[in-house]
Design a protein around this ligand. Sequence first.
Ligand code: TNX
Length: 508
Amino acid sequence: MTPPGTPPLPTALGRVVPAPASVLPGDGAYTLTSETAIRVGATGEARTVGDYLAGVLRPSTGLPLPLTSEDGEDGIRLRLDPAESALGDEGYRLESADGALTLTAREPAGLFHAVQTLRQLLPPAVERDTAQPGPWTVPGGVVTDTPRFAYRGAMVDVARHFFTVGQLKRYIDQLALYKINKLHLHLTDDQGWRLAIDSWPELTVAGAATAVGGGSGGHYTKAQYTEIVEYAASRHLEVIPEIDFPGHTAAALAAYPELNPDGVTVEVHTGTEVGFSSLTVGKEITYDFVDDVLREVAEITPGRYLHIGGDEADATSAEDYAVFMKRAQAVVAKYGKTVVAWHQLAGAEPAPGAVAQYWGWDGTSAEERAGVAGLAAQGVRLILSPADRTYLDHKYTAEDELGLKWAGLVEVDHSYDWDPATYLEGVPQDAVLGVEAAIWTETVETTEQLEYMAFPRLLSTAERGWSAGGEWSEFRHRLAAQAPRWEALGIAYYKSPTVPWGEAGSGA
Ligand code: TNX
């Protein structure tokens, strides 16, 4: 029996995360057959998306699904149409009817997002890598969809514990399924420097040898970083590298004694305290270092942003902080990039076009919030990653072994319980560039742990970034419907009691 007041389950066509902007169920349904072709037209860009789609569908369906550039009224039709201006940079339309399934977009990213919706409209077994029984049917109707925010990010802290290229690729694939379009890599911290910098080679020798707890460290060569960037781009994610200055720098200070005030080296940190390290603001070598590092990172980063950290610089005086951030922001501009910094940027003069990332929580003081609203009033756009909603490193419940809890517990229902447009007083929707879900890795070391912390609550942030509105009482059913898909993909997840797992109609 459905309890009174419970909204009906979403129609099969709307059982998608993030919720599409418009869902119009229609007659008929589209079913894949051995005759189905993927029609990609004449453009190479649609063919690339078609190849990706075929890569998802062929192993589980066992169907040939050839790509063809020939037009036709049947099959799976991928259309890129510059005249579809209402679909914007990332929007798409999916039309499903007997005989034909048509995906239309203005840009390749939109077509790629359409494919993610299509995946979710097919039975979860489509995600398996061996042949499954089918049938492979998409409910009839039309989905028309565009995102609410341009920036829908996920951050991974590879400094506290290192994650390999292969581990990141797996996570990138999972992010793409939920239309996340930014991958923010927290590349440096007190416990490790994880990206090779040719002009300061010791950074990834002494600076990358260890991790939280004193275990083995690691770093990416420039070629490996490029491999991550290219893989992310193939899934329509832009990489935002973060080099955290002037605090969170013990690894760099350990590698290069001359960066310390007295020229005496410090140890790489293997604990989890924060706020004790600082670059030496009054020494010119500090700015040679910042210039070299940001130049080399900019050279290998095709994306528009460089994140320069700026958080928890408790060992830097307020005056020094303002001096340092001003100079570091100028270096970012010199290399043609846009600054992103944590919201402590309010303690400095933001560069024109700078973006600030809010990571406060319900306990953040009115004064600190006012500083962030002040940034917005100066035209700084904000990425919202409120710790008590979007932090994937936080415990779900007090019983969890993994995770931190400085911003409280983050159960799945709570992770969904906010609206980016009203979350911060004085920060209206048009000041919000988007949202980000962050996984800090003080306690997280393996892929399985990362997935357990990310799933299901990563989807709350994905939906808050893509969809307008949305009620938990309805969202929880769509979350439940994703679980069989995670099982097919081998994704570990937390079976929160707040989600009706396994209910009828969940698509299991
Ligand atoms: C705060 S969020 C930090 C990180 C920690 C995280 C743990 C932010 C900008 N700084 O250094 O890893 O909390 O939740």
